[in-house]
Design a protein around this ligand. Sequence first.
Ligand SMILES: *Cc1c(COP(=O)(O)O)cnc(C)c1O
Length: 835
Amino acid sequence: MAKATAKTEPRRGRDAESIKWGFAEHLKYTLGVDRYSTEDYKRFMALSYAVRDRLINQWLLTQRTHHNKGAKRVYYLSLEFLMGRAMGNNVINMGIEDEVRDAMAELGYDWEELREQETDAGLGNGGLGRLAACFLDSMATLDLPAFGYGLRYDYGIFRQGIENGFQVEHPDDWLRQGNPWEIERPDITVPVRFGGHVITVEENGRLIHKWIDAEEVQGVAYDTPIVGYGGKTVNTLRLWSARSGEEFDFQRFNDGEYVEAVADKVAAENLTKVLYPNDTLYLGKELRLKQQYLFVACSLWDILRRFKKSGKDWSELPDMAAIQLNDTHPSLAVPELMRLLMDEEGLGWDQAWDITVKTLGYTNHTLMPEALEKWPVHMLEKLLPRHLQIIYKINHDFLQEVAINFPGQAERLRTMSLIEEGDSKMIRMAYLSIVGSHSTNGVAALHTELLKERLVPEFAEMYPDRFNNKTNGITQRRFLLKANPELSKLITDTIGDEWITDFAQLKKLAPYAKDKAFQKKFLKVKEQCKIRLAETIERETGWKLDTDTLFDVQIKRIHEYKRQLLNALHIIMLYNRIRKGEDVVPRTFLIGGKAAPGYKMAKLIIKLINNLSKVINKDPAVRDKLRVYFPPNYRVSLAEKMFPATDVSEQISTSGTEASGTGNMKFMANGAITLGTLDGANIEIREEAGDENCVIFGLTATEVNDLRPTYNPYKYYEENEEIKEALDLLFSGHFNFGEPGLFDPIKELLFEKGDFYMHLADLQSYADAHRKIDELYRNRSKWAEMAILNIANAGKFSSDRTISQYAEDIWGVKPCPIEYNLDQAETLDEAKAQE
Ligand SMILES: *Cc1c(COP(=O)(O)O)cnc(C)c1O
């Protein structure tokens, strides 16, 4: 059968000619603009629509296949999806990049420039949201029947500006110019209730709980296609947007309260207005709880509606649906699923509970106490009275089980209770998630161990079979194939292209690590990537990076536990060394990331880095050896340019604090050397790459724990001349620029407040590690060998591996490839005949 062409199928043909036509038609008939008088964004939109057209058939086919085959589906519930841009990824996964490039070139446009028009979809804070996005790519590529469910925030993560070295937040109005990838589904609108109260009535000899007098809002579905590599399976990301329940409250309208009635409508629609910009911090805001419930209620309603169409008995729900909770943010799924099964569908408690536990799985993402969600009982009482009743009953049954399992241990009833007693009673959402699901997983080997040993030891003892590890991963399609075309070509030219869907194939590169010709090619690629990044940064900031220097990069959310301050303190030490005439390898430090708007210390650390940059970069005594830059507004699209250009990957969190990290994996796959602590997935990176191909420093998680009771940061200052000199320089005001006392809170943090993240304990060992990096980098051939071995051993860190393990161990879902390919149809008639 011939491929579809422009003449036969203008919306499906994948040749350059058809794409050209599709583009021209959308420019004119969808956007209503003239080809000769239009702006770049309109052209980007037209091309997006043309690309989207070419996804629609596979999208519909995928849904039909999953339905026809009665396939079990995965539902990935996440309050964050940090998607970044869609255009490049869609085109690459569909295998039409050359055709799109040619089509645009024939019209006189540059594909690389057009795709730069796209606004990042920044519906997440950092690692957790990006993980959800990588998982969507892997699930589609592995042909798994899957839905991502989330919220369609009008404003995603803020845009970071830097003024006088300080972070300023600007609203991220990402939908302003239109989002060409989504399709609104007004027919899929879900009623959601808040408030009111519960009455118990007897009907046919049964007690029925009725939730009455609640206010109603609605969630409207917006769907985005998620195409897997190879262009076969197209899954769905379904995001909910809040609408007011009733257009007008007619009573109030008649009473003349027109404006008040409309204002209520606006209040309801504010529910999905903005993403909370806090990474690993729980705030306890009522609006956030309402977001979580709207999200869970809409998603479960939709999942149960789809199940009911199968006509199966409720006992079969766990065979048809696996629902994964990305952290506790969607943990209201436990009482909501119970409520739906009992109050709406009439099941008894025991059967509903059995189904709920079998259907849900929970992923824990952090051990940090300030991140653990605990909703006040009074807040649930007011907003979700029926859910509170259900949680109390779950807790009652659970504590009875505890009492039976651990007789005579009354203390356990207090420590394990889902309700924390105190001035204000709180619901421990992590405990609720563990009890209400059949699987609890951590996100790296060390994290899972610490989860079991330190965070919830009593739960691990009671339910040993529920706990398991799923080390995080990243999609190589975005972070290597798309982000680093030069390196991808070198790899494919050397070992073939199977690594794109089977990352373990990278192992075949290992024999080339010592090959001088291959090393040269690798180093050349690295240089090209540095030049490309330098061009981007110059365009955005005007700074001119020196691409002949070593690029040392730390990009991630700014947080005390991630220790950007350790990086800054070492830079001051290096500054002193250079001023004293020490010969060092010329370096460019790049540090980027957003701080939560209310996180004062993180924002002060940004200011410190920017002031270091200001002093160092223009000091003629050091500027040839040392530069420091803080590229503003770190986000997925910038990340994609930074990973490929990096020589040294900074992964320097206090051991035991970083659950996994995924930035560390993106660097590794792009041939950067990890300079890191034995924390999170760094441990597994070292295991894979080999100790000799990483530079590891600092205390281990056990050592951190053992030292903590007696830790005295002042000792490290007193007893180490070089550390003392660096801190004295910092606190002398050398980097203050006429703002006296500016960095006093950092002094307090390190001394008076006891340096909780142990910067000073690790600083000497960190400085020594940097010296080792210098030594290694001076031998460029040896350096290239190490970097190549890192790439060759990055196979484990594909999210394809992670997702295969979830599918096998937790979800029990199998690949379900589409049945036939409509794109092969030659004519519309033939396509219709197939349908
Ligand atoms: C990968 C990624 C992260 C996570 O980085 P970590 O170093 O693991 O914290 C955060 N933000 C963006 C934009 C990313 O791409």
